[in-house]
Design a protein around this ligand. Sequence first.
Ligand SMILES: *Cc1c(COP(=O)(O)O)cnc(C)c1O
Length: 393
Amino acid sequence: MGKRKGYFGEFGGRFVPETLMGALDELERQFSIHRRSKEFRGILLSYLKDYVGRPTPLYYAENLSGRLGIRVYLKREDLCHTGAHKINNAIGQVLLAKFMGKKRVIAETGAGQHGVATATAAALLGLKCRIYMGTEDMKRQGLNVIRMKMLGAEVEGVVSGSRTLKDAINEALRDWVSNVRDTHYVIGTVFGPHPYPTMVREFVSIIGKETLRQIVQKEHSLPDVIVACVGGGSNAMGIFYPFIRRKEVRLIGVEAGGLGIPSGRHAARFASGKTGIFQGTKSYVLQDEHGQILSTYSISAGLDYASVGPEHSQLKETGRVEYTYATDEDVLDAFHLLSKEEGIIPALESSHAIAYVVNHKDELKGKVVIVNLSGRGDKDVDHVLKHRREAHE
Ligand SMILES: *Cc1c(COP(=O)(O)O)cnc(C)c1O
């Protein structure tokens, strides 16, 4: 396969209708111009600093470290404005849209987190914003719907199909095809057709750049291990990217193991997925023998997705990153452990990475381990309570 543009080994590419090819070419061209321009970089950096709150701290979790016998550091993306790493990408893309002369951004959202991040960036930068969301998801994520509306976004309920994320993606694509002249489509993770996986990686890799500088300052050496949860793969790619060349650092991606792999109720693409083409790109996909996309399940909505960013598929094939999963049960234990030990309520997504460290504490004894704490868990407290109650019924 060689080094074809927009490919990561055999993964990636651009599998979209002809009508979108022009828009993707234009996006690629504009991104490559502005990412190097002093003006764009200056404005983006100043928003990341004064609006998002970067650099986020690299926090030595002393209590947890003592308990596990590991030197655990947390990269505090939970302290970003809006509570997770997603805002870094949203501001990058909405600012780029503005530089491209677009007047309007659209996005699709499942759990609502990417919708809120996009609506926030659009409010900040003065662009119109429409968010597509399945009506089933709107029912489950009422608070995020209210937040998006308060931020001035239009929330368009999607009633086709299963009324969830993949139907919302189809609607957003339809909108983009008809309004491509004045509209930018903000994708929320390192997924979709080229140039999105590369562009989003660039916007989130500030996480890893800061981490590298911070850990060398604190430990005077590189970490032994970096752990991150993997949904679409943006927070993981963000923290891993600057370390990929540093072969002595083990990189570990943790997927949603749900109720366990044999149950079929999970979103562990690397545990039982196969290569396929889904939503514009070639990557690992959870599918049946006829190529039908399987339904997925996870306690955390942000990891509940049938495919994964194409660059992760390459990192899996080359073995540079080790991929594993954590089950809901272990994730809930990790959620409570971090809350009680450190006074930090983690997002259920991020709790997958904590669960990995807890489950491997013997093997990691004495090591320096960095966990990407991708978001805070305020959004999850209701869900965790409900889960508790159901477990006791
Ligand atoms: C959305 C989300 C994720 C999963 O998305 P990635 O693209 O895999 O990072 C992880 N953690 C939090 C807190 C999220 O909101």
